[in-house]
Ligand binder design. Sequence first.
Ligand code: NOJ
Length: 547
Amino acid sequence: MEQTSKRDWYKEMSFYQIWVRSFADGNGDGIGDLYGVYDKLEYVKSLGVDGIWFSPIYPSPNADFGYDISDYKDIHPDFGDLDQFKKVLKKAHELGLKVIMDLVVNHTSDEHPWFIESRKGKDNPYSDYYIWRDKPNNWDSLFEGKAWEYDEQRGQYYLHIFAKKQPDLNMDNPKVREEVKDIMRFWLDMGVDGFREDVINFISKREGLPNGLPILPAAKGMSHYKDGPHIHEYLSEFRKVCEEYDCFQLGEGPMTTVKSAMNYLTGPTKSLDMMFSFDHMMADCFMTEYMHRPFSLVKLKKALTKWQKALEGKGWNALYMENHDHPRIISRYGSEHLWRESGTMLAACYIFLQGTPFVYQGQEIGMTNIRLMSIDQYVDVSSITNYHTYHLKEDPERRLHRIHLSSRDSARTPMQWNPGANAGFSNVKPWFYVNPNYKRVNVESEEKDPASILNFYRKCLSLRKSSKTLLYGTYNEFYPKNPNIYMYERCLDDEAYLVICSFSRLPVKPKKPEKFRGKRGELVLCNYEQTHKLFRPFETRVYRYKL
Ligand code: NOJ
């Protein structure tokens, strides 16, 4: 058994991410909630996952759908209350599911009591909880124009790296760090098992807040608050809290390089168990709203391989292809016409990498992007800003098309449970548009079909868990320059798995790597009923070899 310390339990697990507002409405108001989650826990368990990550479920004015928190120690009334959360937690634990919460401490809502106090003036006890200046520097925000907003009441500017309603906390203030630790203890004492830490590499800003580069191109402007001077010191304080419990920490690291990730994940500054990296999200359209490029499989593979090799034997990867911030992968990397084929292949292409896989709600049934008719129908702050800010010379239809390709709202349409009214998400009109494909793409129909995307996810997750080689084996990629095929092996002792994924819409014939020629592998997984000489569109196969 490779698991050495008690904190390593996450390595053999896989997680399911729930964005509660769109998961299941249990109390009939059109909004997903913890009553709905409670009823669906058996479904989550049936996928073969071992844990749940909840995107923020705390009180929030929803300027950024929960990532603008106005109370860290309560539940948003739309979702239920603390008692209901405790019921969910208890049942999840009874089912053997761990629960991790989203810890969003780079910023709060401007409606958080700390900010309401802080803006009252320099003498207020909360004065230094945020970052105030008489004169702004030149930083750009990621969501709404410049990163500084003038506050009439205080007579100063405050920093917001995200939306105007998300003022950045001043982590250099020890009191703020004590608050963070207090929040962590609050949830850990209740029994939660860890945290996904939002934009955690942004919490320590450059000393003196010097002017920086513009955010574009390639998000260069982030360097003024990314991996800042005190980041490891602050994270080690948070780590100590986690060490009092059997908990684990997963950091979101926008634009983290492998090199800096190693400092978070290994060695004396280790403060996180895993990190969500963004490299592979750049293969087509991270921030597509303004940088959209055609999808390149070669880039995707390069990014995945870079992280697999760098962390091998040293750290541990967090594997994901979808979450609440990105459009749906079938629409991005696959094909809506070859929906089942590409949806199944995209599961296999990442679940067998080394690391802990995360599956985002709806990904397991192959939900796809929604196309709304007007920008006014979109609700995500970044999609709206981008539409009104970039590519203004293009005609509105073309700009709307960019939003279709890239909006976070595509990940946030109501979960499609059945082919009935409102896709079975709610008895009443849901808070957001249901994707019109719900009659075909839904849990109930896919449960009945052994060849469905849903059942393929189950097969992949269970195969991964059943094999020490797939869990702990080494990774090696073949033919990295091939624009159609992603092929890699996982090896442990005398066993190897060969994973072959075709990203092509046409039949292709991948070459067997030298080392496997003349050897007979056992086909353990395939997304077509029968194999032929050629790989059909989006075909995936996994072979097991005794070496
Ligand atoms: C990353 C989260 O995943 C995203 O949804 C959010 O908008 C930003 N951080 C700001 O909190």
